[in-house]
Design a protein around this ligand. Structure first.
Ligand SMILES: Nc1ncnc2c1ncn2[C@@H]1O[C@H](COP(=O)(O)OP(=O)(O)OP(=O)(O)O)[C@@H](O)[C@H]1O
Length: 254
């Protein structure tokens, strides 16, 4: 799905990624973890195309996309959510999802409607309602997005992203700023949409180890811009270097 080879990235004089390699396979949930400032978000943005890299390559679906901007990668099937949910606040939850469905149909040449028509198609509305039901937002479908709780806004953003039918779902700290119960809910939701048989690949950065251990098939650990470990949850838990630089610190904070 995604392959990074020897990626270097600097912000001015500050080098934040040093020769990072990564390979993400179809259908897996891949998590990037590490202490603050380790370079997780930067690596994530190199994958999505929000930032470029000075050296190395990024492949998506077997094609070199290193020079492709983010919107091209989105069109090719990379869906992304943000640390602060991006939704149209003045529109209802249903309208937010309908717009995303109409945009997908339009990009696929299956709709002549303007990017947002005043009267959306019946098919788009039905699909939006199904999606909102899967996200447990059906009873809030007619609420304006601005009125939704933080957790529900994140759910809605996930719905908008899923409406684009991505091949890979890129989640940047999906539980950031959530209450413990919202975290559990979103973890279950991600598990339900990315479970075996869904075919969906998920790449996520996340600070909450409970969320990571509940979701990830494979974990990559970053420290100071380098990959220091990669493997299953059990591998990562048992890795003495990881325990030292990351899990150890978490445990001290706990
Ligand atoms: N736009 C930017 N301009 C300059 N420096 C940046 C920029 N973005 C990030 N950095 C720096 O790059 C380093 C890596 O940041 P990055 O956000 O990738 O780390 P992170 O592991 O995601 O951290 P966190 O867990 O705190 O989100 C940090 O030292 C950060 O200050």
């Amino acid at each position: 799905m995604i392959r990074l080879r020897s990626v270097d990235k600097s912000y001015g004089a500050l080098k934040v990624l040093h020769g990072v390699d990564a390979e993400i396979s179809e259908g897996e949930t891949f998590a990037i973890i590490g202490p603050n400032g380790a370079g997780k978000t930067t690596l994530f943005k190199v994958m999505t195309g929000e930032v470029g890299c000075e050296a190395g390559t990024v492949e998506f679906l077997g094609k070199d996309v290193t020079r492709d901007p983010a919107y091209r990668r989105t069109r090719a099937g990379m869906g992304r959510t943000f640390q602060v949910a991006r939704v149209f606040k003045e529109m209802t939850a249903e309208e937010n999802v309908v717009v995303a469905i109409e945009a997908r149909l339009k990009n696929a040449g299956q709709s002549d409607a303007p990017w947002y028509s005043v009267k959306p198609s019946r098919a788009a509305r039905d699909e939006a309602r199904d999606l909102l039901a899967r996200l447990s937002l059906d009873r809030k479908a007619q609420m304006h997005a601005a009125e939704l709780s933080h957790g529900d806004k994140k759910r809605l953003e996930l719905g908008i992203t899923l409406a684009g039918r991505p091949k890979v779902l890129m989640l940047d700290e999906p539980t950031a700023g959530m209450s413990p119960s919202e975290r559990v809910g979103v973890t279950e939701l991600i598990r339900s949409i990315s479970g075996k048989g869904s075919g969906l690949t998920v790449v996520m950065t996340e600070h909450d180890m409970g969320v990571i251990f509940g979701l990830a098939d494979r974990i990559m650990v970053m420290n100071q811009g380098r990959k220091i470990a990669e493997g299953s949850i059990d591998d990562i838990r048992a890795d003495p270097v990881v325990r030292d630089v990351y899990l150890g610190k978490e445990a001290h904070h706990a």
